[in-house]
Design a protein around this ligand. Structure first.
Ligand SMILES: Nc1nc2c(ncn2[C@@H]2O[C@H](COP(=O)(O)OP(=O)(O)OP(=O)(O)O)[C@@H](O)[C@H]2O)c(=O)[nH]1
Ligand SMILES: [Mg+2]
Length: 585
């Protein structure tokens, strides 16, 4: 299937043409038929000579309904530009063409209708000239009469040729179905319709909807009036949603593949075409089927920042248009350059930003994004419409290679400085390092640590320091081992601790690192002493007295009393009412 939208001035015969081609009524409302005028979008389809199907989105031509027209053409990449032979080029011929040009529509046909009323030659020549100067370029022209049917076979053949030229749909792209209608079907609930421009939809799919807390479920799908299990782009589709109230969505909302879009209310864009030098400060942004008021902040000669009054699921590269609703005037097209731009706080930030954007063209550019953002999550880039094909540096974080190298150097410098300033600590806490480098995630800090540095017990320090101990403390502990290794239950006396270089702070550091065991103030043993003590005591006749324990362990009361109390607390020994103890087995 391919989808084509009509375009053209009021009463030039768009709906008559669609009716003649399809046998279906595009004017759905009684009011439209009574007034002989299209107000809202109409939908119809037919089979072409090739056997393919063309679906039409028929738009209103009246200037009051241009917003409805834009909601119809927004998601549709091909247009049927209709001009009446007897009236020729008119204001909404021009405004509709400007809209198609702003959106970058590149495929279309010129249909000169009412050819039974006047020579189609002049209207064709003028329209061709106008269209030729836009994104549509040179188009084929067909003269028809909706009344007599003259020219319709030629038009069908031309539609087939147009279909053959269209680029193949991106079936693996995520779905962004801009809703153009929503209604309730008795017994089925909420149904929305739209033009599926890319991707696939299946019954049972889960989709995201802005503003809904929960994902929505596809309960049923219709295309060309028939229920189907699946629909693939490009297609007109009607989606029946399970459990979504009708008032939760409408024209301008979008159903989205989960995790692939980010709603944004701030975008930097390039103005396309001939941007007016003095854009009004407020305009309406039309994209997909949505229309939202925006505030315009100029950046550079052809770049502006738009603040949207409501967030939309926009991607880098999206085409949209700005319109001045008061003046019935398409102010220009835009191409989205950045959907998550940095704030402009400092003076001169706008100028600097314009310089950055001068090198950005709206084509997804991973290398450029990494250079500008330095560190960014893969998922965030994907949701901006930038495919990711490099490996993350940690978790799902991607880094600009140059920035990552600089951060690695900074880690080395910061840790060296910290260790100098805190010689008794076994390295710099990972969290302190994260804050110091202003990194958004601890996993990044850990990934930046390179030998001889290493992460141990939540700190970054030199590998090789015993259990992460600072070197002076590690040296003191080694000396304790040398002197007391063969009499493990003797503790150095207070003055000898000073000789060994173990003041209260050094002891604290060694105890925190598990290199020494503190029984009481200034009473320390090597940490394996506890298990050894239990083994020795278990060899005594049970129960045993403090004095028996002291002798068996070859130590003094200064050590034996707190050692046994510690073993009691740990449940390795139990103290009986008569102060004797047993080893608990
Ligand atoms: N003689 C003649 N009249 C036509 C032809 N096409 C349309 N008309 C008449 O022109 C009038 C407008 O036709 P529509 O098809 O409603 O025009 P439209 O472009 O859909 O108008 P809007 O949707 O309001 O913009 C109707 O009275 C049609 O009968 C044609 O080829 N020949
Ligand atoms: Mg009409």
């Amino acid at each position: 299937m391919f989808v084509v939208a009509t375009a053209g001035h009021v009463d030039h015969g768009k709906s008559t043409l669609v009716r003649a081609l399809t046998g279906m009524e595009p004017d759905r409302w009684a009011e439209e038929r009574r007034r002989g005028m299209t107000i809202d979008l109409g939908f119809a389809w037919t089979t072409l000579p090739s056997g393919g199907t063309v679906a039409f989105v028929d738009v209103p031509g009246h200037e009051r309904f241009v917003p409805n027209m834009l909601a119809g053409v927004g998601p549709v990449p091909a247009a049927l530009i209709v001009v009446a032979a007897d009236e020729g080029w008119m204001p909404q011929s021009a405004e509709h063409l400007a809209a198609l040009d702003a959106l970058g529509v590149a495929y279309g046909l010129l249909v000169v209708t009412r050819a039974d009323l006047a020579d189609p030659g002049p209207a064709t020549a003028r329209a061709r000239a106008e269209i030729g100067a836009t994104s549509l370029g040179a188009v084929q022209a067909v003269a028809v009469s909706g009344r007599t049917g003259a020219g319709l076979p030629e038009l069908r053949a031309a539609l087939d040729r147009l279909a053959a030229r269209l680029p193949p749909p991106m079936l693996d792209d995520p779905v962004r179905l801009w809703v153009d209608r929503s209604f309730t079907v008795r017994g089925s609930g909420t149904v929305v319709t739209g033009t599926l421009g890319a991707g696939r939809l299946r019954v049972g799919d889960t989709l995201e909807l802005a503003g809904a807390d929960e994902p929505v479920r596809v309960r049923g799908l219709h295309s060309l009036g028939e229920a189907r299990p699946e629909a693939a782009a490009v297609a007109r589709v009607a989606v029946n949603l399970r459990g979504t109230p009708r008032d939760q969505l409408g024209r301008g909302d979008a159903l989205l593949t989960p995790g692939r879009f980010q709603h944004t209310d701030l975008v930097d864009v390039r103005l396309t075409g001939d941007p007016a030098a003095d854009l009004p400060a407020t305009l309406t942004l039309h994209v997909g089927s949505a229309a939202v008021p925006v505030r315009v902040r100029p950046l550079g000669a052809d770049t502006v920042r738009l603040r949207l009054s409501r967030p939309l699921p926009l991607l880098v590269g999206d085409r949209a248009l700005l319109r001045d609703p008061g003046r019935h005037h398409v102010a220009g097209g835009v191409r989205v350059l950045d959907v998550a731009p940095p704030p402009l706080a400092r003076r001169g930030a706008a100028v600097a930003r314009a310089q950055v954007l001068a090198a950005v063209d709206g084509r997804p550019d991973l290398v450029g994004e990494l250079r500008r953002r330095r560190l960014v999550r893969a998922g965030a880039l994907l949701r901006m419409g930038v495919p990711v094909h490099v490996a993350p540096v940690a978790g799902d974080w991607l880094a600009d290679p140059e920035h990552w190298r600089r951060l690695g150097d900074q880690v080395t410098e910061e840790v060296a400085r910290y260790v100098r300033e805190h010689p008794l600590e076994p390295g710099m806490p990972v969290e302190a390092l994260r804050q110091r480098l202003a990194l958004p995630d601890r996993v990044l800090v850990e990934a930046l640590v390179r030998p001889p540095l290493r992460v141990h017990a939540g700190r970054v320090g030199a590998a090789g320091a015993a259990d992460g101990l600072p070197e002076p403390v590690a040296r003191a502990v080694r000396r304790v081992r040398e002197e007391y290794g063969d009499r493990p239950f003797r503790a150095p006396e207070a003055d000898h601790l000073v000789d060994l270089g173990l003041g209260p702070r050094e002891i604290g550091a060694a105890v925190r690192a598990g290199a020494l065991l503190r029984l009481a103030d200034n009473v320390v043993l090597l940490p394996d002493a506890l298990d050894d003590a239990v083994r020795v005591l278990a060899g005594l006749p049970q129960p045993f007295t403090l004095s028996a324990a002291r002798q068996a362990l070859d130590t003094t009361r200064r050590v034996a009393v707190p050692l046994l109390e510690l073993l009691d607390r740990r449940g390795a020994t139990r103290r009986l009412p008569d102060d004797a103890r047993i080893v608990v087995t």
